[in-house]
Write a protein that binds this ligand. Structure first.
Ligand code: URA
Length: 236
């Protein structure tokens, strides 16, 4: 694939922007400047450097972000910066989207991708992908609340009760709650319906993929083939 086209697929801008980037000597391959937009390369495994930053060709982008609080999962945020400001520009340009949304005050694992099928697979209610949340509660958690969450609580937009797939009390005010749906404010509403209140919410895992402890709030990382496998096999 021609270098200009290759960079375009990776989010480095329009045809003319990529051509200008290359012609002005900002692209390096194997340590050497390549200023020929039409130089031909095999995309698979292709490594390149733009303005000192290393990249590898990826047909699709799959990333995990540790979402900090006070960041909105929207391209048009209302009160806080957008989560997309935490990503390098090429990822946004190539159309990476949040896989579902977290509330602005929710922290933790947010998957992002430009692969529509992957996004659909992770968010479709039919696929039942389990999501584990660490829930800090206002009031001490009692057995009746755990039972209610496991047996099902009524949310006002749904006539059928909705139950947690798993619910474990970690300490007096900390719960690990697993849900398979992705309804609006679902965890906060379920905990409220069970008679408590969410003070802080942190997503720990999706499928078999757990937020790496090395990923600090605001940081992102590429998902590996193994991570993607874990997400696929995490479906129930
Ligand atoms: N449930 C919520 O209430 N909020 C989130 O951000 C995610 C799940």
């Amino acid at each position: 694939m021609e270098l200009e086209r290759l960079l375009r697929t990776q989010g480095f801008g329009s045809r003319s922007e990529c051509r200008a980037l290359i012609s002005s000597g900002r692209v390096f391959i194997d340590g050497e400047c390549c200023d020929d937009p039409y130089a031909d390369f095999e995309p698979e495994g292709f490594a390149f450097v733009v303005d000192g930053v290393s990249w590898r060709y990826r047909e699709h982008a799959y990333i995990a972000l540790n979402k900090p609080a006070n960041v909105e999962c929207s391209h048009k945020p209302r009160f806080h910066p957008s989560v997309y400001t935490l990503l390098p520009r090429p990822l946004v340009t190539r159309g990476v989207q949040a896989v579902g949304r977290l509330d602005e005050d929710t922290t933790g694992l947010l998957l992002m991708s430009d692969d529509g099928q992957f996004i659909h697979k992770c968010t479709s209610p039919k696929k039942n992908v389990p999501k584990v949340y660490a829930v800090t509660t206002k009031h001490a958690i009692d057995d009746a609340q755990i039972d209610a969450l496991l047996n099902g609580v009524l949310l006002n937009d749904d006539p059928a009760a909705i139950a947690a797939a798993a619910c474990e009390r970690i300490s007096e005010h900390l719960l690990h709650l697993t849900v398979t749906e992705g309804k609006y404010h679902q965890v906060k509403r379920m905990v409220a319906a069970a008679g408590n209140r969410v003070e802080a919410l942190h997503r720990v895992s999706i499928g078999n993929f757990t937020l790496p402890v090395t990923l600090k709030p605001g940081e992102w990382a590429w998902l590996t083939a193994e991570d993607l496998e874990g997400l696929a096999t995490g479906n129930t």
